[in-house]
Ligand binder design. Sequence first.
Ligand code: ZN
Length: 386
Amino acid sequence: VLDHPVLDGKTLKRLLRFRSLDAPVVSLYVAVPVDPGEVRGAPAALHTLVKPLRELAESDELSHAARESLRADAAKILELVPRALQQQGKAMGVFACSRENFYEEVALPRQVRDRVVVDATPYVRPLLAVLDESHRYCVVVVDRERAWVHAFDGGQLEDVTKEAGRVLRKPDYGGWHGLDEYRVRNKAEEWARRHFRETAEAVERQVQRTGAEFLIVGGHEETIPNFLPFLPHDLQGRVAGTFVIDPHTLTPARVGEQAQRVVDEYERREEQELVARALERVAMGGLGAAGLEWCLAAADAKAIQLLLIHDEQEVPGRVCDNCGWLGLEGEDCPVCGAPTRKTPDVIDEMAAAVVDASGSVEHVYADTPLAQHVVAALLRFPVPPP
Ligand SMILES: [Zn+2]
C-alpha cells in the first residue's frame, strides 16, 4: 500500500499560510469507501466533483490565467484516482493552484464529506476537524481467562497484541476430583485476579509504547467492573468508556465498531464540556468570547487559545490580505485601510489564523448552546466584545 505521509507540521503551515491572488486555490475532499464494491464507483465520484471546476474554467468572469490554472488543477486532481483507491475507508484532501505551482495531497485517517471549494486560500476546516478528533486510544477486551490489547488510531484498529496464552490457562476442572466446590471456586478467583493483573500490565506497556491518551475496555458486563480496579490509578482516570462484548464472538471489525462508538460518545461529551466552559467564562466576564463578531475580534488580536465551531456552519465575510484582519463587512480594512477580499467562509479563515497562531480548533458536533452563537472561544488574554 502506498502510504501518504501523515500530515506534518510543515505541510499544515504551508496550507494555513498560502494565498493566491492571480488564480484561485482548489480544495477538494473525497472519501474512499470501505466496501470494495463501492470503491469501483470512486473514480466516477471524483469526476463528478471535478466537473464544476471545469465549468468554472470556461467562465468569462475569470482571467485567462485563472482559467488556465483551474483547468490544470482539474487534470491534476483526476490523476489522484489510483492513489485514492489505496485509501479504502479513509479520505483524501487535495489543495491545488497550478498558477502558483502549489499542490498538496494528504491522506486523512477517516472519512469526510465530499466537497470542492474554490477560494483565494486552501479550505482547511475539514482537515482541522479530522485532526482535532484524532486522539490515540488503547482498546482492551478482557474475560476471565484471556485478553486482547489493540491500538485504535484514526478509526482504525491496529497492532493486535493477542495476550491469550501468555496467561494461565483455564484450569482443568476434570482433574480436580477430591477438591470441594468451594476450593475450586477459590482457585478460579485467584487465577482470574492474576490474569487481570497481568492484563493491566500489558495494557500499561501498550499505552507507553503507543502514547495512547485514552483507554477503552470491552468484555462481559460483569467482567469489566472486576477488571478496572487492576489498572494503575492514572490509567483508570483515562478510561474513555467501556463496551459489552462476548469475547467468544469477537472479531476485529466488531471491536473496531464498538470502540468507535465509545470514541464518538467521548468526543461529544468533551465538546459539551468545552462549550460549557467557554460560555461560563463569557457569563463570568472571564477569558472567553462568544459569537462571530467577538471571536473575529479575538482572532485578530491573536488571543484565541481554543476556537469552538458549531458543526459545519459557514458564514461569508471579509479578509485583509495586507494585515490579516478578519471581519464580516467592510470593503476597506479598518486596521490598515487596504482593500479587503470577500471570502465564502470567514470561519475557515479564522480557524486557519487561530491554528497558525498556535491555538487549536474544535468542531462541535454535539447538540449544545453553541448552535446559537456559531462560534465561541477560550482566550489567552481578555478581549472586550465589539
Ligand atoms: Zn488590513
